[in-house]
Write a protein that binds this ligand. Structure first.
Ligand code: DP6
Length: 335
């Protein structure tokens, strides 16, 4: 009972920030629907992928996981069990698990490493347990580990229905990467781990005076962005994504634990994006829970956007990403 999977992170075009009150059940039900692109690195030395191997066996003495060479424990291991326990139950398996997982990109730096990791975990675990679940079902189990992981169970462009129960909060594919031509030039200004986790941020979102309006606008914008993706309309997708990201950061900055993920360098990249747009390059920015910036543009403009940004002193490096294929199992095991 051993399987491995490869999965990619995703960048949200419409953000998930803040959770529904589920009476402490830990379902990670978001306040609004959200939309994302699952991303695969094509230049910059990173494919942007998580590779995870899961084994269940009677000879394993305790549940254990090694992430990036470090054995995890406490809350981190608990999050892994939140995904695996229900799968073990469905499969009727009581054996312990052993897991190894590696990312080829910085962990916990706002590049959605946990989304890729939990998606790979859900896929490898269900395969090791011999379960035959749809991607939509699998996405609900991945969600219990990390909300945004729900969207990494599909490649291409993805829509997460907020739902109101475990079963109704799932991700579905909007379209494959080929039908909406989009690249993300990821501008890395800091590769360190973020100070305050998204987990804590979600819990405090409701304390911001802007939370309600962000939620309301995001729900409408999720539908607009979905149809603009299907219309191959970059201007609408890009301008709404840029605006939506600012709404989320406004909520973060005005919560009772103020979260300032932006750094001075982040603002410099934002200004460069605006300057390029004034020169006629169609490029937009979006930022998740970290200081790094995703610049959204057409594939033919990506080399110019990358060239402009990578030579700036405050930029550590850039990675160009395109829509990824679906996450998949592979025969190459990590142990
Ligand atoms: C800011 O709870 O999914 O990326 O702490 O990495 O598990 P982790 O994050 P998660 O929230 C991150 C939300 C976001 C926006 C988004 O992806 O929609």
């Amino acid at each position: 009972m051993k399987a491995s999977a490869i999965s990619h992170p995703n960048i949200a075009l419409i953000k998930y920030w803040g959770r529904q009150d589920d009476g402490g059940r830990g379902l990670n039900l978001p306040l609004n629907d959200s939309v994302s692109m699952t991303k695969e690195g094509i230049s910059g030395g990173s494919r942007l992928q998580s590779h995870t191997t899961v084994e269940f066996s009677g000879s394993i003495e305790k549940d254990m996981m090694v992430l990036e060479g470090r054995e995890i424990c406490g809350r981190e291991l608990e999050r892994v069990r939140l995904v695996i326990d229900p799968l073990r139950k469905i499969a009727g398996v009581e054996s312990h698990f052993s897991i190894r997982s590696v990312n080829d990109f910085p962990t916990a730096a706002g590049l959605a490493s946990s989304a890729a990791g939990f998606s790979a975990l859900a896929l490898a675990s269900s395969s090791a347990l011999g379960l035959d679940l749809t991607r939509e079902e699998l996405s609900t189990w991945a969600r219990l580990g990390s909300g945004s992981a729900v969207r990494s169970l599909h490649g291409g462009f993805v829509y997460w229905h907020k739902g109101s129960s475990h079963e109704t909060s799932f991700a579905e594919k909007v379209c494959e990467g080929g039908s909406f031509q989009l690249n993300a030039v990821i501008v890395i200004v800091n590769e360190g781990r973020k100070g305050i986790s998204s987990d804590i941020g979600h819990e405090h979102a409701y304390t911001s005076p802007f939370n309600e309006i962000r939620t309301e606008l995001s729900q409408k914008e999720a539908l607009l962005v979905r149809s603009a993706i299907l219309d191959n309309d970059l201007r609408t997708v890009g301008s709404i994504a840029e605006r939506n990201s600012k709404y989320m950061h406004a909520v973060m900055m005005t919560s009772d634990i103020p979260l300032f993920y932006w750094q001075g360098e982040t603002l410099k990249v934002i200004k460069s994006v605006h300057a390029m747009r004034e020169r006629g390059i169609e490029v937009y920015f979006t930022i998740d829970a970290g200081p790094n910036v995703h610049c959204l543009c057409r594939p033919e403009d990506a080399p110019e956007v990358q060239k402009e940004l990578e030579c700036q002193d405050h930029v550590l490096r850039t990675i160009v990403a395109r829509p990824a294929k679906d996450p998949h199992t592979i025969d190459e095991h990590l142990f």
